[in-house]
Ligand binder design. Sequence first.
Ligand code: EPU
Length: 339
Amino acid sequence: MHFHITPMKIYSDFSLKNHNTFGLDVKCSRFIAIEDETEVPEAIHQLSDQPFYVLGGGSNVLFTKDFEGTIVHMQTSGIAVVEENDLSVKVVAAAGESWENFVNYCVTHGFYGVENLIGIPGLVGSCPVQNIGAYGAEVKDVIDSVEGFYIADGQPFVMSNADCHFGYRNSIFKNELKNRCLITNVVFRLSKEEKYNLSYRALSEKLQDEPLSLKKVADTVSAIRKSKLPDVHELGSAGSFFKNPVVSQTTLDTLLQRFPDLVHYPANGGVKLAAGQLIDLCQWKGHRIGQVGTYPLQALVIVNYGGATGKDVVDFYSRIQADVYQKFGVKIEPEVNIL
Ligand code: EPU
C-alpha cells in the first residue's frame, strides 16, 4: 500500500459544531487545518476547484446547512515585535492567534491601541476582514499591513492599510478579495505613549475619577461587555447579528419627528442608527421563538438557546428585519456571513 504523507491535516466529513460560536451542528466535506505557514502553498493547491471558505474563530458566521466544500482553518501562532522606536512599535501576529491572546500581549507589554477591543471573539486573521470595532475603537486604526496569499496563483501579497479599503465593518477582504485570498499575518502599529480612547460614553463615565492604566481600561471594557453581551462559550451567538444601518440626514430628520429618542451617530456618507434600539423598539428584545431569541440585554445579538438550526436563525432574523422595515422604513443587514 502506498501512503501519501503530508504534514498538513486534512479531514473529511468534519463536524463544525466546535468551530462556530452559534454552536450549530453542521459538517463540511473537507476541513484543512493549517498549522504552519509553510503549508499554505499546498493548501491553496488543494482548493483548486471546489467551493471553500476560510474560517477564523467561527464567531461571525451562520451556517444554514452543511458546507459542501472545503473549510480552511488557520491554526498558526506567533506574536513578535518587528520594529520599535521611542514612540511606537510594530508587532506581527499570525492569523491563527486568538484575538484575545494578542490583546493580552499588548496590554501586558504596554502597547496602546487595542485595549478597547478586548473580549472580541475570533482570530487575528479575521480582524481586518470585517474591521472589528467596539467601544469607540476600530482595528483599522492600528493595522499597518496585512500579509497573505492569493488563491488564484498562490502568490504572496502585502497589503498596506490604505490598500485594505477599510470602512465600518468592511474591507477589501469582504469585497474584491472575498474568497480570493488567505490572510497569514497581520502587522500592527501600536503606541508606546500613554494615550486612551475614551470616546465611548459608558467607558469615560466609568473611568472618570479613576487613575488610568492599560489594564484598568481593558478591565473596564471587559466589564461593560459582560454586562451587555453573552459569552460565546456559554450561549451560542455571533455577537451583533446586524450592522448598524447608515441613513441620510433627511431620513433621520423624518424619523426623529416620530421617534425623537432615536440614537444616532455621524457616519461616512450619512448618519448611523443603532440597530439594537430599532429592534428593541419593535418589541423584539429578549423575544424567543423555540430555541432562538434576541439576547435580553442587547437586542442586536441573536442567540441559540441550544439545538437551533441555521434555518431557525434565518427565519427568526428575517422576521426581525421585516418588522424593523415596517416600523422605520430602514433595512437592517446581517453583519454575520451567511453560508
Ligand atoms: N440599544 C437599545 N436596545 C438594545 C441595544 C442597544 O436601545 O437592545 C441602544 C443603546 O442604549 C445605545 C445604542 O443602542 O444607545 C447602541 O448600543 P451599544 O452601545 O450597546 O452598541 P451597538 O451599536 O448596539 C456596537 C457594535 C458591537 C460593539 C458595541 C460597543 C455593531 C454592529 N455592533 O453595538 O460590536 O461591541 O457597539 O461598541 O457595530 C459585534 O460587532 O459583534 C459587536 C458586538
